[in-house]
Ligand binder design. Structure first.
Ligand SMILES: [Zn+2]
Length: 186
């Protein structure tokens, strides 16, 4: 793996997040999700998220994975998931009077944004190797799959499987109709 200097990593990361946000915005707009498309992942430009990401930039996967590998946890991600409702970890809290953490189901509109996020991140990192099956395969082989709320898991799994089996154009039409019907639902 080629070593990159600070400036290469700085602009490499800036390009990656701009590209990712552009893909998410375009896809959200196709689904009628204008506000979420515009506001997606803005906290990535904050110093708390931007500079750790430059430090751990690799280009072929998220710098958060690298930071977790080296430090055991990611300060960048802890900051990010607390400010972005499209991450299921945002919806983790204790249940009243119980000494356990609980993953609440994601409200529908944020679950849908997370599906679009997953598709766009797969495209950003897989580049030419991306296929419509990739986001589904990545999700069902992940460890998060096992600790998320089961309702959210089955919603995301269904939507990504639909993409795998029907292609992107049909999937986005389907997501758009679902957004219209369910945007105010838990
Ligand atoms: Zn995010």
């Amino acid at each position: 793996m080629q070593e990159r200097n600070y400036l290469q990593r700085f602009f490499g990361h800036l390009k990656t997040i701009n590209h990712h946000r552009f893909l998410v915005m375009k896809t959200c707009f196709k689904c009628g999700m204008y506000k979420q498309g515009l506001l997606h992942d803005l906290s990535k430009y904050s110093p708390q998220e931007f500079f750790p990401s430059v430090k751990y930039f690799q280009g072929y996967r998220s710098p958060i994975s690298k930071e977790k590998e080296i430090c055991g946890y990611s300060t960048c991600y802890l900051h990010h998931k607390d400010r972005n409702k499209h991450h299921w970890e945002y919806w983790v809290d204790r249940k009243p009077k119980q000494p356990v953490l609980y993953a609440y189901p994601m409200p529908y509109r944020y679950m849908l944004e997370s599906v679009i996020d997953r598709i766009s991140a797969s495209k950003t990192y897989k580049k030419e190797a991306y296929t419509n099956a990739e986001p589904y395969e990545f999700f069902i082989n992940s460890t998060e799959y096992k600790v998320m709320n089961p309702k959210t898991v089955s919603q995301i799994e269904e939507l990504l499987l639909y993409l795998k089996e029907n292609g992107e154009e049909k999937a986005l039409e389907y997501y758009k109709s679902l957004y219209k019907q369910n945007k105010d639902l838990l």
